[in-house]
Design a protein around this ligand. Sequence first.
Ligand SMILES: [Zn+2]
Length: 161
Amino acid sequence: MSDKSKKDKSQTNLKGARHYFFLNPYGYMAFSRCPKCEEKTKIRKCCLLIHVEPNFLLSLNKSCGYCPTCDLIIVKQADLERLLIAICEQNAPDIIGNEYFVYGTMDRKAWRNGQTEKVSHQEAIKCSYPFKDIWKFEVSPAGWYPEKQVKAEIEKYPDSV
Ligand SMILES: [Zn+2]
């Protein structure tokens, strides 16, 4: 328990926090296995709430990688940014390329309301859940998987090597 106390200032203590989040910057890595526990990840639809600087808030209903064991949501950064650009082109073209962060998830119901009604930032934040924490994983150039698994992948997909 002692090392948990160090995390007092992280999002872990936020009320209603749900899920851990990993924004995957490695376009070539699908993370079909969880980078933390190496269990197979599932695909799950998540309603993500995203803040784009300076003050644009948008929600996305998107298929994400999900590890039920770790409660970890994995989103490919390139996919997310492609969607962000598409949305901003229609709604706020001048903020394309600005800093953004994924705040958390929303209930599907709240998300649907947001699609049909104008919802204020405050309301959107109120019916969403911040992430418990944001995780980062480093991938070494040699590859992520232990040697045994890499070999298995090569045997399965001989053409891709
Ligand atoms: Zn996991």
